[in-house]
Design a protein around this ligand. Structure first.
Ligand code: 26V
Length: 810
């Protein structure tokens, strides 16, 4: 197909005809996109089949990454890049007068994730395939991804994300591989041949239909699989023709209740809510995924002795933790193994990553609802719990409190994190500090009990999407400067440190940053009609809107700067552009109010002629993967200012750094490791440490009012929330005043304010010296190799999964 330009053109034109019944001159951009997508998918398919055949033949261990979220973004660009045909394709299309970038834009983002956790899963898939590792994804094919955010009158409004509206060229539906998933009903026990057997009766049956998406490795022939499950009415229970006219409405109702399971991604990643549909989603994809894995395993193996040597299942947070009891169920009830054997296999197959210490995000399901939705699974968890508590009793006889704390079922709830810890062989945190807090605080008792299970795997990001693809001019400069080895070996980026004093390299770095800032400014001008000064500091905070991430701290710095400028319009400051982006959970009042506050400030500041355009504020609507790819390359400053201890890792911090932005941040999550890499002179650190924060939580001693009363700037800003300074008909901003002062500022926004402002001032002085600034920038890029997800995945592969690379021949 890609032998030469002419065959490619012919194939493309043929696709336009066969897929859309159209010609080059008549085709719409969307038709051109789907034709190209189809063509590329055909090309991938050869490698895909070959990869599957070789995995099957080789008999080596394969791993499956189970995740309720995969935040992939667009795939055309990254597939072309990984196939090594991006440039060729661009040229050919140019000859046909087609702009590849424009075609790429026609694709919808696959936004099947909330934020960091879902994007991490997507980066991991890219790295698995690029390292030639046999590792696949398993999740849900949501009909609607994370909501689309519109800003109306400054407020966030949520619209459904109908990403499949124009179809999806990358997926292949596999109806013949569908499996049945059972909900509800009751369990009858029987003795058969002297053994107790469990018979599930009166259940509701749901059909799980897989859709497979190829995951293309970087220039290596490996094509792994992301299998996403869709819920459909089971033909066994549902046969429209057999419904009499009177049952028609019931039939339709049933159909919708089944389809609801894979209808939509839950949009709140910060607060656990007892929504039974979410539990259904979890069991649905876990059961379907395990059934298909076992079916494949049985094609090659007669028994389960070597199951754990051939299959690894990794659970992304506790969302897929039902894999533990479900694997037990299949091994015992369907495959006839005894408890001990099934338990040995299960606990050597499953590994678990924790992604948050926020207690409100911990999943716990009420026993009653759980039992009626998943009666057999509940029985198994109950047994796991009893056996575990017995073991704990043997060790801590008499210490009821401790055992009560550790129990999987307690106080009327099933505690999913406890199940994950007890039923897996590895538990990891996602950055050094996060793992330390898990060991010493959040999971202290469990760490004492199973110290050997705990380990750290610091997160990473794929440098292919976030540098090579998102920032092609920077990638070229790097290659021109240090050679191309960094693409395969991102640690080689370190060679750039040799050029951190090379004026000509720094000048080029500066030019590239200015070009990227110009591109983003044009986008902003077109969409919002706001004119930006590309010479100003692009100071950017993009991430989910959450109190612990402290967008409010950023806002208060802006207000303080604005207050200073109003007092003295001639104040000599480096001009700044403050850019925000991010979605708030639809029911999260303070987060949504923060968005309104940012937009209110933006309209005041951007229209205030007296400050002579020295500061601008922009809130970018609908932050998603594609927008992120435009923002990171254009950023000077990366805002990573979570309350220390709260951000498990952060991964946006790594994307900024890799694109030459300088971090201003707290000693939290992976910021600590970024500091270790770049050194204190290449990062701006502020605020309380995690120990200080944890001590305040433990012993008290912080009073938000003290700061309000002692820091005139803070008093002024908070008063501006209530004194009419901000247009606020409904007096909503008073709730921010109240939230901070009457709830004693749970995330220490006021406490860290002075330190933040000081640090911003230091940063500004550095920015004024272009040479020093771009030296820092070069050093950040040079040290970002450590945060490539290739390194992270290598560590998972060697340290947890024990999987080996397989070379796929052509
Ligand atoms: C939690 C919940 C809880 C209730 C219902 C829906 C839902 C959906 C997602 C989550 C996950 C919350 C945890 C999370 O996203 N953690 C983030 O993981 C990133 C990757 O490890 C890490 O970089 C971020 O610091 C961490 O906040």
């Amino acid at each position: 197909m890609f032998k030469n330009k002419e065959t490619f053109k012919e194939a493309f034109i043929e696709k336009l005809a066969t897929v859309h019944g159209t010609t080059l001159d008549l085709a719409t951009d969307m038709e051109k996109y789907t034709a190209l997508g189809n063509l590329i998918r055909d090309y991938i398919t050869q490698k895909w089949i070959e990869t599957n055949n070789q995995y099957m033949k080789n008999n080596q261990k394969e791993m499956y990454y189970f995740s309720l979220e995969f935040l992939l973004g667009k795939l055309l660009g990254s597939n072309l890049l990984n196939l090594g045909i991006a440039d060729a394709c661009k040229e050919v299309l140019q000859e046909l007068d087609i702009d590849l970038d424009m075609i790429e834009n026609m694709e919808s983002d696959a936004g099947l994730g909330n934020g960091g956790l879902g994007r991490l899963a997507a980066c991991f898939l890219d790295s698995l395939a690029s390292l030639q590792l046999p590792g696949h994804g398993c999740g849900i094919r949501y009909k609607y991804g994370l909501f689309e955010q519109k800003i109306v009158d400054g407020y966030q409004v949520e619209l459904p994300d109908n990403w499949l509206k124009f179809g999806n060229v990358w997926e292949i539906r596999k109806p013949d591989k569908a499996v049945e998933v059972k909900f509800g009903g009751n369990i009858r026990t029987e003795i058969s041949d002297g053994d107790m057997v469990f018979i599930h009766e009166n259940y509701d049956s749901v059909l799980a239909v897989p859709y497979d998406t190829p995951i293309v490795g970087y220039e290596n022939n490996t094509v792994n699989t992301l299998r996403l499950w869709s819920a459909e009415p089971s033909t066994k229970d549902f046969d429209f023709s057999s419904f009499s006219r009177g049952d028609y409405m019931k039939a339709v109702e049933y159909k919708y209740s089944v389809e609801a399971i894979s209808q939509v991604l839950y949009p709140d990643d910060s607060n656990f809510e007892n929504k039974i549909l979410r539990l259904k989603q979890q069991y649905f994809f876990v059961s379907a995924g395990l059934q298909s894995i076992i079916r494949r395993y049985k094609k090659k193996h007669k028994n389960f002795f070597s199951f754990a040597d051939r299959i690894g299942i990794h659970i992304n947070d506790t969302h897929p933790v039902l894999a533990i009891p479900e694997l037990m169920r299949i091994l015992m009830d369907e495959e006839g193994l005894g408890w001990d054997e099934a338990w040995r296999i299960t606990t050597s197959t499953i590994s678990y990553t924790n992604h948050t210490i926020m207690s409100e995000a911990l999943e716990k399901w009420p026993v009653d609802a759980f039992k009626s939705l998943l009666p057999r699974i509940f029985m198994i968890i109950n047994e796991i719990n009893e056996r575990f508590c017995k073991e704990a009793w043997n060790r801590y006889a008499g210490d009821w409190d401790r055992i009560h704390h550790m129990a999987i079922i307690a106080d009327g709830y099933v505690k999913m994190a406890h199940l994950a810890i007890v039923g897996s062989y590895s538990i990891n945190g996602v950055a050094k500090l996060h793992t330390k807090i898990l060991r010493k605080e959040v999971m202290k008792d469990f760490y004492e009990f199973f110290p050997y299970k705990f380990n750290n795997k610091t997160n990473g990001i794929t440098h292919r999407r976030w540098l090579l693809k998102a920032n092609p001019s920077l990638a070229s400069l790097i290659t021109d400067t240090i050679g191309p080895s960094w693409v395969q070996h991102p640690h080689d980026l370190i060679k750039l440190t040799r050029y951190a004093d090379d004026a000509s390299v720094l000048e080029k770095l500066y030019k590239i940053k200015m070009e990227n800032k110009q591109l983003l400014s044009s986008l902003i001008k077109n969409k919002y009609d706001i004119t930006l000064d590309t010479a100003s500091i692009f100071d950017v905070q993009v991430k989910r809107i959450h109190a612990y991430k402290r967008q409010l701290l950023n806002v208060f710095h802006i207000m303080d700067l604005y207050n200073r400028l109003r007092e003295n319009p001639d104040l000599d400051i480096a001009p700044r552009t403050f850019i925000f982006g991010g979605k708030a959970a639809p029911g999260y009042y303070i987060a949504k109010l923060s968005i309104k506050l940012i937009n209110t400030l933006a309209s005041i500041i951007n229209n205030d002629k007296t400050i002579k355009d020295k500061i601008k504020v922009v809130f970018l609507e609908n932050y998603n993967v594609s927008l992120a790819e435009k923002i990171f390359p254009a950023s000077d400053v990366s805002e990573q200012i979570s309350t220390a201890s709260k951000e498990a890792s952060g991964t946006g911090n790594m994307k900024f750094m890799m694109n030459g932005a300088i971090t201003i941040g707290t000693m939290d999550g992976a910021n600590i490791e970024i500091t270790e890499e770049v050194g204190n002179e290449n990062i701006f650190i502020l605020g309380l440490t995690s120990d200080e924060v944890l001590n305040f939580y433990r012993y008290g001693g912080y009073n938000a009012w003290d700061i309000y009363n002692s820091d005139a700037r803070v008093k002024m800003i908070l008063n501006q929330m209530i004194n009419g300074f901000l247009p606020d008909e409904k007096e909503q901003f008073r709730n921010i005043f109240n939230y901070l002062l009457y709830n004693n500022d749970e995330y220490f926004v006021l406490k860290d304010f002075a330190s933040y402002v000081d640090t911003q001032n230091r940063l500004e002085q550095k920015f004024k010296n272009k040479n020093k600034w771009y030296k820092m920038s070069a050093n950040n890029i040079a040290h970002s190799g450590k945060f490539s997800s290739d390194g992270t995945i290598h560590e998972y592969a060697v340290g947890i999964w024990k999987i080996d690379p397989t070379h796929i021949s052509e």
